[in-house]
Design a protein around this ligand. Structure first.
Ligand SMILES: Cc1cc2nc3c(=O)[nH]c(=O)nc-3n(C[C@H](O)[C@H](O)[C@H](O)COP(=O)(O)OP(=O)(O)OC[C@H]3O[C@@H](n4cnc5c(N)ncnc54)[C@H](O)[C@@H]3O)c2cc1C
Length: 276
């Protein structure tokens, strides 16, 4: 149950052991919370070609077991799948119920400022439970990945011992290997209001690239098969590098990412040196 990041890596491990797999995902594509329709569809096609039965747009309504010990998994589509093992990988969410009426403000997670302090002075949160303030986007984000847990813990700890430190940003990165198909998702991969978007797909080569811009900056992207550009994508999104004339060039040809990064990031460094 669930074709998110965790479901996909568990699927990979089971497939390596020769298990006959069925995946049930309520979204209309695989990894719907980190991949757009084209990319999520390509991942589904790839898995189907590898022999996995993928049911998208389907919920698990019930799991029943009869005398034979075989489980019957009933889907909202009416289909019934027989299974020896059912794995639930339907997502994580911060367990914040006990904070109700405590004065600690919560949205999706425990709300923190740029110092990782909650609405109650002296109480801090970090990691998967924290909805941390991201200075880059100006929003609070729960982004439950290890680099955020480590960095938020470091910043919270420094503030707790009286060394004022600010969290710069909340990293939103996922790089996923689904039965050998490498996909990546960075930042606001589904775009920002008023932003521009370009995408290209080469189904035969198993490649897809989707770039989202806010002004002349890359705010997010999705990629399949472009592993050599992963560092550049991260650099442009996290660095919020002004692309200037390179934004229009990328709208014409998104594969020029590497050239755009070298030209724009170097320009930024040069300016920084001149200022220094
Ligand atoms: C299958 C899987 C694969 C993942 N793969 C990746 C990956 O490839 N890359 C990546 O960056 N991230 C990955 N993650 C996410 C990463 O593991 C988490 O972001 C990270 O562990 C968060 O650290 P944390 O300290 O906030 O929480 P946790 O690691 O969850 O630690 C919280 C700890 O607190 C304990 N605890 C909970 N409540 C209480 C309580 N009331 N009292 C005392 N103790 C309590 C828990 O038992 C737990 O040990 C993956 C997660 C999973 C589940």
């Amino acid at each position: 149950m669930g074709a998110g990041f965790i479901g996909c890596i568990i699927m990979e491990a089971l497939a390596a052991r020769g298990v006959k797999l069925s995946v049930v995902e309520m979204g209309d594509r695989m990894v719907p919370r980190m991949m757009g329709p084209v990319a999520g569809g390509m991942i589904k096609d790839w898995c189907v070609a590898k022999g996995v039965a993928v049911h998208t747009g389907a919920r698990v309504d019930a799991i029943e077991r009869d005398a034979t010990q075989v489980m019957k998994v009933k889907l909202s589509t009416g289909a019934v799948l027989e299974a020896d093992l059912v794995i639930s990988a339907t997502g994580v969410k911060p367990n914040i119920g006990f904070l109700q009426d405590s004065g600690v403000r919560c949205l999706v997670g425990v709300l923190t400022d740029e110092h990782l302090q909650t609405s109650v002075p002296g109480v801090y949160a970090a990691g998967d439970c924290a909805e941390a303030f991201d200075k880059v986007s100006g929003k609070t984000i729960v982004s439950a990945i290890q680099p955020n847990a480590a960095e938020q813990a470091r910043v919270a700890a420094l503030n707790m011992v009286g060394r004022p430190t600010e969290l710069r940003g909340v990293t939103q990165i996922n790089v996923l290997d689904t039965l050998g198909l490498i996909s990546a998702s960075f930042g606001a991969w589904d775009g920002v209001p008023g932003g521009e978007h370009v995408e290209m797909t080469d189904t035969a080569a198993g490649r897809h690239l989707s770039l989202q811009f806010g002004g002349d900056r890359l705010v997010g992207c999705n990629a399949i098969g472009w592993t050599e550009h992963v560092g550049v994508m991260r650099g442009l999104v996290e660095g919020q590098v002004p692309l200037g004339e390179w934004k229009d060039k990328l709208l014409q040809d998104p594969t020029l990412l590497m050239q755009a990064y070298l030209a724009s990031a170097q320009a930024q460094h040069a300016h920084a040196h001149i200022r220094a």
